[in-house]
Ligand binder design. Structure first.
Ligand code: SF4
Length: 462
């Protein structure tokens, strides 16, 4: 009888799928990037020190800047009794050591699993230490077993948009921009575009300085720059929000929807402006919001992009590419590749929102005869297995694809996160006409370089 009972509760068959070199980083890492983009803020992981160390290492190797991430440093004892006391002590330490104006608390796998009630702990903290000059506290749930660094990034943007904007702020002419996870150079370019339209922009997050700052004589505990908290509070009164990401645009709850639902801010959801059509849509939205025509500078940049496409088409037409990385980034890249004549044969992501296939279909609709295979929620083992038989000429993605590109002897054009085997990831451009042009040049040159390297003649004139 006992044996029967035991057998009955055993699952009939268990399929285990092990992850081999994940095509994603972990969820609180994305949240840390967002908090790094708020002025005076310190990212704080409620979890063990190892998580913070891993994320710091990853971010430092990509951005090549010192990155401090505080931690409540939980051990075995706290896994049983809860991490509340350590979280409170950690917040006090960060206040004292950094003088933080904002502390962004993100949970980790451990604290999500033990079920720590972070909003309640923060509520208690505010009551217990109400006599102190407390920083602004914002928190986000980022269980890494439920998503990639992108889910953590978007969850943190949403948390900030839900928790900080002030309903009492009156309407103003400013515009909110939720740019997504792009390079600091892209952020600077986006800001310039809004400036050219005469639009006052609040970009959230803005790590264009904090993760790519100038050399300084003295070390800054909290790097200068970032979105001022007062500007975040005033996001509730903006005339519009522009939110970038074709995959994100299908999400039910985002930072943009929070501002729309809670404060009535008009929301424009657009794909990342990578490629001609996506950039056209982006500039058309700014034309409509500002009531002005596209500034001449950008009209000229569009013309230069078209000119480059005509000039460079002969090198890349018909090439086959494997593309992988964050969902919104690959959706933007695929939109661009299809319009420049490169056939994306495999589009993969560690993200698994369920919305990538539709975004790729939309990006290729009416242009590609043969849509690419789309693989969401995969690791590099699966990408390699699938891509090998597709015989790509080009691999486009982060540094993690280096081994497979090397084995196949094809160029790897590095985009996305992390890029830790090349220099200048933080200054790589992808967005708008100018960013697309920079990316186009890199793609064409990668193909030319490969042709030149393989040539027995050593052509010097191609
Ligand atoms: S996956 Fe979980 S345990 Fe691993 S570093 Fe991220 S939060 Fe920590």
């Amino acid at each position: 009888m006992t044996v029967e009972t035991i057998e009955r509760i055993k699952p009939e068959k268990v399929d285990y799928v092990s992850t081999t070199n994940a095509c994603k980083a972990c969820s609180p890492l994305g949240a840390s990037v967002v908090f790094r983009g708020i002025e005076g803020a310190v990212p704080f992981l409620h979890g063990s020190q190892g998580c913070a160390t891993y994320m710091r290492r990853y971010l430092i190797s990509h951005y090549r800047e010192p990155v401090d991430i505080a931690s409540s440093a939980l051990g075995e004892k706290h896994a049983i009794y809860g991490g509340g006391p350590n979280l409170k002590l950690g917040l006090i330490n960060v206040m004292k050591k950094y003088g933080a104006e904002v502390i962004g608390v993100a949970t980790t796998c451990l604290t999500e699993t033990i079920g720590d009630d972070v909003p309640m702990i923060l509520h208690e903290f505010r009551k217990e230490f109400g006599d102190l000059d407390l920083p602004t506290l914002v928190w986000v749930a980022t269980p890494s077993y439920q998503g990639s660094h992108m889910e953590g990034f978007h969850a943190a943007v949403r948390a900030v948009c839900e928790q900080l904007p002030d309903p009492a702020v009156e309407r103003h002419k400013g515009v909110n921009l939720l740019p997504g996870f792009v390079s600091p150079e892209d952020l600077r370019h986006l800001r310039d575009i809004f400036d050219d339209y005469g639009l006052a922009v609040t970009m959230l997050p803005d790590y264009s300085d904090t993760l790519d700052g100038p050399a300084l004589e003295d070390y800054e505990k909290i790097p200068s720059g970032g979105t001022p908290v007062e500007a975040v509070r005033a996001m509730s009164g903006a005339r519009a929000t522009v939110e970038l990401g074709a995959v994100l645009a299908g999400a039910e709850k985002t930072g943009g929807t929070a501002l729309q639902e809670n404060h009535g801010v008009n929301l424009h959801r657009l794909p990342m402006p990578i490629g001609l059509r996506n950039s056209d849509a982006f500039f058309a939205a700014l034309d409509a919001i500002s009531g002005r025509e596209t500034p001449t500078r950008h009209v000229k940049e569009r013309g230069r992009l078209l000119d480059a496409m005509v000039d460079g088409h002969k090198y890349i037409s018909g090439k086959r590419a494997v593309v992988y990385g964050e969902e919104d980034l690959v959706a933007g890249l695929v939109a661009m590749l299809t319009e420049i004549g490169i056939q994306p044969v495999l589009v993969a992501s560690g993200g698994n929102s369920g919305r990538l296939p539709a975004a790729i279909e939309e990006a290729t609709d009416g242009i590609l005869r043969e849509p690419p295979k789309v693989m969401p929620g995969v690791d590099f083992y699966e990408i390699r297995n699938e891509a090998e038989r597709l015989a790509p000429d080009l691999v486009i993605g982060n540094s993690k694809g280096y081994r497979m590109a090397r084995d196949w002897s094809v160029p790897l054009v590095r985009v996305g996160f992390p890029v830790h085997d090349r220099f200048g990831a933080q200054r790589t451009m992808h967005l708008g006409y100018k960013g697309t042009l920079a990316l186009f040049d890199r793609l064409v040159n990668a193909v030319i370089e490969k042709k030149q390297a393989d040539s027995p003649l050593g052509w010097g004139y191609i």
